[in-house]
Design a protein around this ligand. Structure first.
Ligand SMILES: Nc1nc2c(ncn2[C@@H]2O[C@H](COP(=O)(O)OP(=O)(O)O)[C@@H](O)[C@H]2O)c(=O)[nH]1
Ligand SMILES: [Mg+2]
Length: 431
């Protein structure tokens, strides 16, 4: 038996079908072989057409919001059942926001302005541990009264000093509408709703491109932060990484580590991704996100100077930094409306509505990430030594984004798509 097998194998090198006893068997085997090759080739072709995108970035940077936008833009958005399911999450967002604000008032030694609201505060703090209370309108009414209190509003202006979700103001302002039994969350409400991603999320959609359907598979591994390194290895077959940065987080610390600055964490995280040996062939699209929140913070007088003082090696010379005209244009362009006509008009009004310090800060942050790409800023010790060709096979492109703005994301994704497809084709030697 063993001899026959050896014979068969050696024969297979010369003629893979000559080991069959009868010519019919050999013919059948040849046919089967051809069929299998065809299926494999087809499969390979299909796989080549599938573009795998991996969403990375620190917690709350906007990854899940981007997948929601992809659903709105490329799939059918959200049906009535999904919308109604979101009501509970939105109410939970309100509960979390008001409880956090009240606790922060204690910490910051701030008082309620209207003494009658003390009863509402007692109610909310007493019910904070009740996992069903957000469903009641009684709860929402107390939250509404407290949100209108000047003391709570002062506390809100200091929200960078504690951990408050981004959508707090948005939903607290909307309580009268949310209270109504007829309330159905809009797309914008769904985009704003914060829900921690606990498992790997995957969405798939097709986009027409040059007469073909290009299939995109987007993976959001958000909840697996501690496991991120492992995920990166699993996903070495990804076409591109979409790395999301919350650029407004420069004055906030991490939820899990109150000593760690959020922007610094994002830079370190990006450093690891960019220099990861498993990702040497994977290009990165870097989304400098939450530009609207950044603009709002700058308007409130917040600035990045504190970081320059605290970490001068990482955030140097902010005071003297001036963006070039091209850099300013790139920033302003990201928020101009689609048609050239309106674009020309809005371009004239944009510099008036956008504070120059917003542009300066956004461009400064972009430059920091660019330094990492160029190897001019080293945040983590390198395990593997890099030669000068280490990054030759991948690139990093930068985009300014506002993940809750469907127009902006649609335009950015259009731009990204061409880049992703070209990189993919180049990588597989097709162009
Ligand atoms: N205002 C504003 N909010 C944003 C933006 N991007 C994300 N958010 C909000 O930030 C919160 C966290 O976003 P999410 O996508 O869940 O972050 P993830 O942890 O990276 O998945 C949600 O409440 C989002 O609505 C943005 O560009 N602007
Ligand atoms: Mg998420």
């Amino acid at each position: 038996m063993r001899d026959r097998l050896t014979l068969c194998f050696s024969a297979a090198c010369e003629d893979q079908f000559s080991c069959y006893q009868s010519p019919e068997d050999a013919k059948k085997a040849k046919l089967r072989n051809r069929q299998i090759s065809k299926v494999l080739k087809q499969h390979q072709k299909e796989e080549l057409k599938k573009l795998k995108i991996l969403l990375l970035g620190t917690g709350e940077s906007g990854k899940s919001t981007l997948t929601k936008q992809m659903r709105i833009i490329h799939i059918n958005g959200f049906d009535m059942r999904e919308r109604l399911e979101k009501v509970s999450d939105i109410r939970k967002n309100i509960k979390e926001s008001i409880v956090v604000l009240l606790l922060a008032m204690n910490q910051l030694d701030l008082n309620l302005e209207n003494q009658e609201n003390k009863l509402s505060r007692e109610f909310i703090l007493q019910e904070a541990g009740n996992t069903e209370i957000h469903r009641t309108n009684e709860f929402l009414e107390h939250a509404e009264k407290l949100w209108a209190d000047a003391g709570v509003q002062i506390c809100y202006t200091r929200s960078h000093e504690f951990q408050l979700i981004d959508c707090a103001k948005y939903f607290l302002d909307k309580i009268p509408e949310i209270k109504s039994p007829a309330y159905v969350p809009s797309d914008q409400d769904i985009l704003r709703c914060r829900c921690v991603t606990t498992s790997i999320q995957h969405i798939e959609f097709g986009v027409p491109d040059g007469g073909h359907q290009v299939k995109f598979n987007v993976y959001d591994v958000g909840g697996q932060q501690g496991e991120r390194k492992k995920w990166i290895q699993v996903f070495d077959s990804v076409t591109a990484i979409l790395f999301v940065v919350d650029c407004s987080s420069f004055d906030q610390t991490l939820r899990e580590d109150p000593e760690k600055n959020r922007l610094l964490e994002a830079l370190e995280n990006f450093d690891q991704v960019w220099n990861n040996r498993f990702l040497r062939y994977v290009s990165v699209l870097l989304f400098i996100n939450k530009i609207d929140v950044l603009a709002e913070k700058i308007a409130r007088g917040r600035d990045i100077l504190e970081l320059t003082e605290k970490y001068p090696d990482v955030f140097p010379d902010f005071e003297t930094f001036t963006p070039t005209d091209a850099e300013k244009e790139h920033f302003l362009d990201a928020f101009a409306t689609a048609t050239p006509d309106i674009r020309r008009k809005t371009r004239q009004t944009l510099p008036i509505s956008v504070h120059p310090d917003t542009v300066k800060t956004a461009v400064y942050i972009k430059r920091l990430f660019k330094k990492i790409v160029k190897g001019e800023l080293l945040l983590k010790e390198r395990i593997t030594k890099q030669d000068k060709h280490w990054h030759d096979e991948h690139s990093c492109e930068f985009f300014y984004t506002c993940a809750i703005d469907t127009n902006n994301i649609q335009r950015v994704l259009n731009g990204c798509r061409t880049l992703i497809v070209q990189n993919h084709l180049r990588r597989y030697g097709i162009i």
